[in-house]
Design a protein around this ligand. Structure first.
Ligand code: 5GP
Length: 138
């Protein structure tokens, strides 16, 4: 399947749609998920195009996973979490909804389940949570 340059994350990368940015380096960009399934739920994406893991290059995968590890530490510190869940979906049948490679990074606490998908965040709350993650990265 071809990469669609009009997918929402491509628009975020081009600055056409706002995002609550947490971190970026030469190869990756990280921002808050707009419908978080846990406090601190963020998304790591490569800056270059690919649909998902199936068409990604080794360099894209490696850059993303390095940033996923960095963000895992940051969200655990920011939310005093005991663990972190990383999710990554491939194609619609695999649960993917946005077709630009992304990794979900979710801080976790013992005995606390993920919230159901699809509820939009309060933007003030999202920004306050992003501030905590940015402070943990500093
Ligand atoms: P997936 O493709 O892995 O199923 O999930 C896509 C994720 O992107 C969802 O968790 C959804 O909440 C998030 N998402 C969808 N549209 C936007 C958006 O415009 N901005 C942000 N920050 N996240 C989005």
């Amino acid at each position: 399947m071809a990469y669609d340059t009009d997918n929402i994350f491509a628009k975020i990368l081009r600055g056409e749609i706002p995002s609550e940015k947490l971190y970026e380096d030469e190869d990756t960009y990280v921002f808050m998920d707009i419908m978080p399934r846990a406090d601190g739920h963020c998304l790591v994406i490569p800056k270059t195009p690919c649909r998902n893991m199936l068409d990604a290059t080794p360099a894209q995968l490696s850059a993303c996973l390095n940033t996923v590890q960095k963000m895992g530490h940051a969200v655990m510190k920011a939310f005093d979490a005991e663990g972190v869940t990383v999710q990554q979906f491939n194609e619609a049948a695999g649960g993917q909804e946005v077709f630009h490679l992304h990794y979900h990074v979710l801080p976790r606490h013992e005995g606390v389940g993920l919230r159901p998908p699809g509820t939009m965040a309060d933007f003030d709350v999202l920004k306050a949570q992003a501030d905590k993650i940015r402070a943990a990265l500093a």
